[in-house]
Design a protein around this ligand. Structure first.
Ligand code: CTP
Length: 420
């Protein structure tokens, strides 16, 4: 991204740097934000000062760095309540497990936590911690609380940790990915820094197309190839989009779920039927491909039931590839929906595979989920998703599918480019 864009011109960012090895990336973040025209004010926790000096941060930011809750000079000049208000956005990078626990619990025993409790500004948090700390139920509980409070997450990402030999999720997003998240959040909030509550109907006037469920690919009149998808996540997304004010078309494979209120539902059976129904439903402003489409179908559908003939010879099952609905629509030159969202159901290397799918399928966003049997996603009520975009990855904690849907719809609405 060219910084000559000055995309953050005149934006005021309050950057909270917490203690962790990733604090050094906080210094780079200051530079990146300033390059884009932002004014950056820095607050450091005591822990952060163990890793980088306030002097270095202050030199880059071009101003005083605030560290103390009870600083006589600062109280006379800029106290924590003013720091909590005099900005367009607060970024916490890196956010340690401890600081997030304090935020979730409403603590205010140092300057950083006091500001975060006193603020009504949008807050973007970029966690950084050891993978074991990230997956700990306590951290995941705190993250769920913070998300429910309206706080936005950037990362963490998968990768090698500073501690030798440890890999997993917990690495702080790169400064440029955080900058992209800042830009997206400010664009979504349209400088509405006095109120962090999202617009209840952000998709009013939009047509949203959703695919959901499995497909059934017939072998003969009584048998078919299918998968374990229940359609719950896709149905929940369709319902959430309708609740957000959109006109919604849901193209659903064979599932036992009732039509969501206010949604126009087309029931289909095979991948080819699904593609045809999708084509008919277009144009759409947003297309969300949540269906678990069968990749292959029997090359020939037998006209009547295949019988055992007693010879012990098993009939061969030749398969052929189904059309890729997401890729077909995403690669359209004409009539491509403004925003194309795909899902990636993975059991291994979830984020890596999702990033590959983003490019290969031509989607704008891939919602990656780990469907390993241990996670009970297929058919279950909860989902843990990672939002993969060209700018980076945002990971959400495990949430009920309805809640994933609601947040996803609002998150997507925030990324819609304003129509002329
Ligand atoms: N998808 C689709 N049409 C297909 C296959 C997949 O529209 N024939 C869409 C799904 O709805 C989802 C995304 O593509 O949004 C990824 O689906 P997934 O099953 O994870 O990927 P595949 O393309 O099937 O790749 P693989 O099975 O190799 O992981």
């Amino acid at each position: 991204m060219a910084h000559s864009d000055a995309t953050l011109q005149d934006k005021r960012i309050l950057l909270v740097i917490a203690g962790g090895i990733a604090a050094y990336k906080g210094l780079d973040l200051i530079r990146r934000l300033k390059e884009r025209g932002a004014t950056v004010r820095v607050v450091m926790t005591k822990g952060a000062t163990e890793f980088i000096t306030p002097l270095a941060a202050g030199a880059l930011a071009g101003g005083t760095v605030y560290t103390e809750l009870f600083d006589r000079e600062a109280e006379q000049d800029v106290g924590h309540i003013r720091l909590a208000r005099e900005a367009d956005l607060i970024v916490v990078a890196p956010a340690t497990a401890d600081l997030m626990a304090k935020m979730a619990g409403g603590h205010a025993d140092d300057l950083a936590s006091a500001i975060l409790l006193a603020t009504r500004l949008p807050v973007l948090v970029a966690p950084a911690m050891n993978p074991a700390m990230w997956v700990h139920p306590a951290t995941q509980r705190n993250i769920a609380t913070l998300l429910a409070d309206g706080i936005r997450l950037a990362g963490p990402e998968r990768g090698e940790m500073a501690e030798s030999g440890e890999a997993g999720t917990g690495r702080m997003s790169e400064p440029l990915a955080i900058v992209a998240a800042v830009e997206a959040l400010l664009a979504a909030g349209k400088a509405d820094s006095s109120d962090n509550v999202a617009d209840a109907k952000p998709l009013l006037g939009k047509h949203v197309l959703v695919t959901a469920g499995p497909t059934h690919e017939p072998i003969d009149p009584v048998r078919y190839i299918a998968n374990r998808s229940s359609g719950k996540q896709g149905f929940a997304i369709a319902a959430a989009a309708a609740a957000a004010g959109a006109r919604v078309t849901l193209v659903a494979g064979p599932v036992g779920l009732a039509d969501p209120d206010g949604v126009s539902v087309r029931r289909v059976e095979t991948a080819r039927d699904m593609l045809a129904a999708v084509e008919i439903a277009l144009p759409a402003d947003i297309a969300i491909f949540a269906a678990a489409v069968a990749d292959w179908r029997p090359a020939h559908e037998a006209g009547s039931k295949l019988k055992k003939d007693g010879s012990g010879i098993v009939p061969p099952l030749h398969v052929t590839e189904n059309p890729d609905i997401l890729a077909t629509i995403a690669h359209r030159r004409d009539g491509r929906p403004g925003l194309v969202v795909g899902f990636a159901a993975e059991t291994d290397d979830v984020l890596e595979n999702a990033e590959k799918k983003l490019g290969r399928k031509g989607a704008d966003i891939i919602v990656a989920n780990d469907v390993s049997p241990a996670n009970n996603v297929m058919g279950g009520a909860a989902n843990t998703v990672h939002l993969v975009t060209p700018e980076g990855i945002e990971s959400w904690p495990q949430l009920p599918k309805d809640e994933v849907a609601r947040r996803l719809v609002h998150w997507i609405a925030g990324r819609l480019k304003p129509t002329a």
